[in-house]
Write a protein that binds this ligand. Structure first.
Ligand SMILES: [Zn+2]
Length: 577
């Protein structure tokens, strides 16, 4: 599936240097008519870039190649100079608005953000959606605790129909607060406890609604100018649990895996793939994809990380891991495995070493399957000092994590400078979740280790974690990055690029050197004019999904930077009527 592979770049061309209105004068009549046809097909919207490129090369390839060959060096130099000047102008504007949250919000909302690599599908949904779905499904709610339950409702169970909330504003208000971090300070619990308790309250409303959840996250991602998501999701959890219970447990991992494969793992894999087929069908219809009214969310490329619940008994954890590795081997939509649930809870703490050894074994069996791990989602006092000092290192060295989620406690690890150096050398990316860390761990500002990661050259990218529960979105993460972490525009831009570079999607990178963003030789001369890549570059992008996404982001960034920013000083000092 290649939804959104190109088209977000196209939508970003609706204004700015690469817009229709500024098409090059050297374009031939045939090329122009081809574009106009594309525009009509798109119902007046800017056309799909993939179509544009293929059509331009079927209608006009000879004349274009000749002109391009003659003009390329001059055009590229001029374009590179203009692009560098635009970037410098945007950086100046960004510095000029300083810490003004309203001007920053408007600026960052429009900024292209690449991908969100740490996003729990269940936690990405806003409370309002869960209440709506619960109301439509006859689900019940306890009006004192706000836990949802299956019908029938009744006073003997202490429940009422969740649909009551649609006419009872007090119940509605309290359910939104109970399902999210809104006003969590009034809950009488810590941010950490209120956060993790929300999931059990609303989870019933998620059953059977995976497709709608995909649609909601995709639509929101498009509104934030993202182009890619990796969503953590535990497909077919009941089926894999039943399989694990039938298999029992023995300490020999190879034998345990053989038993699972021999007693029905293939059926669970097939069921998980079918579940996502069905969900994607619902997402497609919910977003009205392939119609004239298609939601921009249709253009988002979504991939899945199989989510292992590490608080389960070891036989279930291992069976989930095997399912995740098998799924990622069988289905390109599943791009890897992640372990979730609170790191400081008893079972994940007790079995942490065992889980790392399981991953070490399975990595040997499935070396191509990607692994991202939550590690170091901890703060001083949450666990014993010994546990605070080892989880990030063990997740990389034994668990083979290519990305670490959170890594907040990294400076509490043994020999933290050496560890940071190792993370940089191994090119392990840290998924930075600022809103989540502030509300769950109470770690923000200078107590957050983001600066240390950047200083040490460890790749970092911002992510939402649970944007629905947190009442956040990717723009808010960028805003926190600017306000709370004092990141520059250049650093935010680098993080957007890094998010795609470390995505687990298939294919080679656009960059031969991803630290300095040097393009591969196939596209070396093309990035300054992304609407007209050479045939060689096009061929490379067609066969490499990751590079194609990165190309789209570069196109979006060039367009974004080509727009003149508002006069910061003028807007700040304008009289308020
Ligand atoms: Zn997470």
């Amino acid at each position: 599936m290649a939804l959104g592979l190109w088209s977000n770049g196209a939508s970003a061309t609706s204004s700015g240097a690469f817009s229709w209105r500024r098409r090059p004068r050297t374009a031939s009549p045939e090329l122009m008519s081809g574009r106009e046809t594309d525009r009509r097909e798109a119902g007046g919207k800017v056309p799909n870039m993939k179509k544009l490129i293929s059509r331009s090369h079927t209608t006009n390839v000879r004349s274009f190649v000749l002109v391009a060959a003659l003009l390329a060096p001059t055009v590229c130099r001029a374009a590179n100079t203009a692009n560098a000047s635009n970037e410098a102008r945007i950086e100046r504007y960004f510095r000029s608005i300083g810490k003004d949250p309203t001007l920053l919000l408007a600026f960052l909302r429009a900024m292209p953000k690449g991908g969100d690599l740490h996003n729990h599908l269940l936690g990405a949904v806003y409370a309002e959606s869960f209440i709506q779905w619960a109301s439509e499904n006859g689900t019940c709610v306890d009006p004192k605790t706000f836990y949802l339950s299956a019908p029938p409702c009744g006073s003997d169970k202490g429940t009422v129909p969740a649909s009551n909330a649609l006419t009872d504003r007090f119940l509605y208000r309290d359910m939104v607060d109970a399902f999210s971090m809104r006003k969590w300070q009034l809950s009488g619990k810590s941010g950490h406890d209120h956060f993790f308790d929300t999931f059990d309250k609303f989870i019933v409303a998620s059953y059977g609604n995976t497709g709608k959840m995909l649609a909601e996250t995709a639509a929101r991602a498009a509104s934030q100018h993202e182009i890619y998501q990796e969503l953590m999701h535990a497909a077919t959890f009941p089926e894999v649990t039943a399989l694990a219970n039938r298999a029992g447990w023995e300490d020999d991992f190879a034998h345990q895996r053989d038993k699972l494969l021999a007693t029905g793992m293939a059926h669970v894999v097939a069921a998980a793939r079918q579940e996502m087929d069905d969900a994607e069908t619902v997402r497609h219809s919910s977003l009205r994809c392939a119609t004239m009214q298609a939601d921009p969310g249709c253009e988002i490329t979504q991939r899945y990380l199989y989510m292992v619940l590490r608080g389960m008994p070891k036989e279930i954890v291992f069976a989930q891991m095997v399912l995740g590795f098998e799924l990622a081997t069988a289905d390109v939509r599943f791009v890897g495995v992640n372990l979730v649930q609170p790191e400081e809870w008893y079972v994940p703490r007790r079995d942490f070493g065992l889980h790392m050894r399981m991953l070490n074994y399975l990595h040997g069996v499935y070396p191509k399957v990607h692994i991202a791990l939550h590690a170091g989602e901890l703060a001083q006092g949450m666990v014993t000092p010994e546990e605070l000092s080892s989880h990030v290192r063990a997740s990389v060295q034994t668990g083979h994590a290519e990305r670490i989620g959170h890594g907040v406690s990294v400076m509490y690890e043994d020999q933290p400078r050496e560890l940071l150096g190792e993370l940089a050398r191994r090119d392990v990316m840290i998924e930075i979740c600022l809103t989540s860390n502030a509300s769950i761990l109470d770690v923000e500002g200078h107590r957050h280790p983001l600066r240390e990661y950047i200083r040490a050259g460890v790749p970092v990218a911002l992510a939402t974690d649970d944007e629905g529960v947190s009442r956040s979105d990717m723009t808010q993460e960028f805003l926190r990055g600017a306000l709370d972490q004092e990141l520059s525009y250049a650093q935010l831009k680098k993080m957007a690029r890094t998010s795609l570079e470390h995505a687990f999607i298939s294919g080679a990178s656009l960059w031969s050197d991803a630290r300095n963003f040097t393009p591969v030789k196939e596209c070396m001369a093309d990035l300054s004019r992304p609407r007209m890549p050479s045939q060689r570059c096009q061929a490379f992008l067609r066969t490499n999904e990751k590079a194609s996404l990165e190309w789209t982001l570069e196109s979006q960034l060039l367009t974004f930077e080509s727009k003149p920013p508002p006069a910061a000083e003028a807007s700040r000092h304008a009289p308020v009527p």
